[in-house]
Design a protein around this ligand. Structure first.
Ligand code: TRH
Length: 377
């Protein structure tokens, strides 16, 4: 009998929680042949990522995953062999009680947020004894061999490489989302939270000698974008030109299409957790807008990642990268650091590809979870 897995996702805000768990659930089904239920407490957020889904339906199969509404009124369900609570969400008490009563106890995992901090390796895989006698294990995604790795589908990089080698495929894809590539323009995608640094970046892009085509999926950055443009009411499909900067708002597209958008662009500004990882698999230079936490805890995470990522770059390329990322994440002007980054462009490009290949040498997160379960049995 194939093993059963339950993944619980509570949508805090944005799309990262459901983005990560939906991707993981699909991969466990597609690549490991597992029976996976994804319990999500906000089908509205899920439908943004999976438009075929029905927001009214309590249980539905989508791409082989049984997607279940995790409503306030919990209906008894037989616990699975492996239970993942994503990002420390709290499982329903009756479900935990049923886990403890199961003849063959389930493996209980807390899948943590992604961080490059040093302590992650020391905590990855550690058990914590619960009051009902079950152990809960902490599973940390990460960038180094001692962590749980990153979500990466088996053929992702092969697909990405084939796509990037095929300019016709890129053109067809871009047109399918309403984008006509402008000849000679640098293509950039922008997915970010509200950011006071944006105006300085747009100033620099508009004044640049090389044209830029900036693609902005609908979302939280739109207000800052419109403030800079001096307009309101921009919607998907709308575009504006300032100097050599052409700006187009895109609709929110499906995850697989979003990957292709990242692969198509020369530079990607991403945010949170999942788009950040996907931009790394694109093998192109990137800019990360980290999710803000209380007491600026996120800035330590940012530094931890930069310390890893910058290794191998020349001193000047490191400085440009670090300055740009720090300024972007503290809302300071980025025009100078952007101009500096352009000075080391070929180096930044080669480095992004190298970083991607080095990360891909590790087991991916889904594989690592399955292996963890097999070792635990
Ligand atoms: O939406 P986010 O800001 O999510 C964040 C982070 O995960 C953060 O760590 C978490 O604490 C917080 O949510 C609650 O960014 P993220 O993680 O990149 O998730 C966005 C998802 O949306 C990702 O799976 C990619 C997907 N996406 C699309 O499918 N289509 C699109 O057009 C775009 C722009 C994104």
């Amino acid at each position: 009998m194939r093993a059963t897995w339950d993944i619980f996702c509570s949508v805090v805000d944005n799309y990262g929680d459901i983005g990560v768990t939906w991707r993981l659930a699909r991969q466990l089904v597609a690549e490991h042949g597992l029976a996976v239920r994804l319990w999500v407490d906000d089908l509205g957020a899920f439908v943004r990522l999976c438009p075929q889904a029905d927001v009214q339906v309590q249980r539905q199969f989508q791409q082989g995953v049984e997607v279940c509404l995790w409503g306030g009124d919990w209906q008894a369900a037989e616990p699975a062999d492996v239970v993942i609570e994503a990002f420390a969400c709290e499982l329903p008490a009756p479900y935990i009680a049923a886990m403890a009563q199961r003849a063959q106890k389930p493996l209980w995992l807390n899948l943590e947020y992604l961080s490059a901090e040093d302590w992650v390796e020391g905590c990855h895989g550690l058990p914590s004894l619960q009051s009902n006698g079950l152990s809960k294990f902490f599973f940390f995604p990460g960038f180094t061999a001692g962590s749980g790795g990153l979500l990466r589908e088996r053929d992702l990089l092969a697909q990405r490489r084939a796509f990037q080698a095929d300019s016709a495929a890129r053109e067809v894809f871009l047109r399918s989302i309403g984008v006509t590539p402008l000849p000679g323009a640098r293509l950039i995608s922008l997915f970010a939270y509200e950011n006071t640094a944006l105006a300085s970046w747009l100033d620099a892009l508009a004044a640049d000698a090389q044209p830029t085509q900036l693609l902005v999926p609908e979302g939280r950055i739109l207000a800052d974008l419109q403030a800079w443009l001096g307009c309101t009411g921009m919607r998907a499909g709308d575009s504006q030109q300032r100097g050599l900067l052409h700006i187009q708002v895109l609709p929110f597209i499906q995850q697989d299409q979003y990957d292709r958008l990242l692969w198509s662009c020369d530079f990607n500004a991403v945010r949170g957790e999942d788009s950040f990882v996907r931009a790394q698999w694109a093998g192109r230079p990137l800019l990360w807008h980290i999710y803000q936490q209380a007491e600026n805890a996120h800035l330590e995470k940012l530094e931890a990642f930069l310390a890893l990522y910058k290794e191998g770059l020349s001193v000047s390329a490191q400085a440009a990268l670090v300055d740009l990322w720090r300024a972007w994440n503290t809302g300071e002007a980025v025009d100078e650091s952007w101009t500096q980054l352009l000075q080391s462009w070929p180096e930044q490009q080669a480095h992004a590809e190298e970083w991607c290949l080095e990360r891909a040498a590790q087991a991916d997160l889904a594989e690592a979870l399955v292996q963890f379960y097999l070792n635990w049995l």
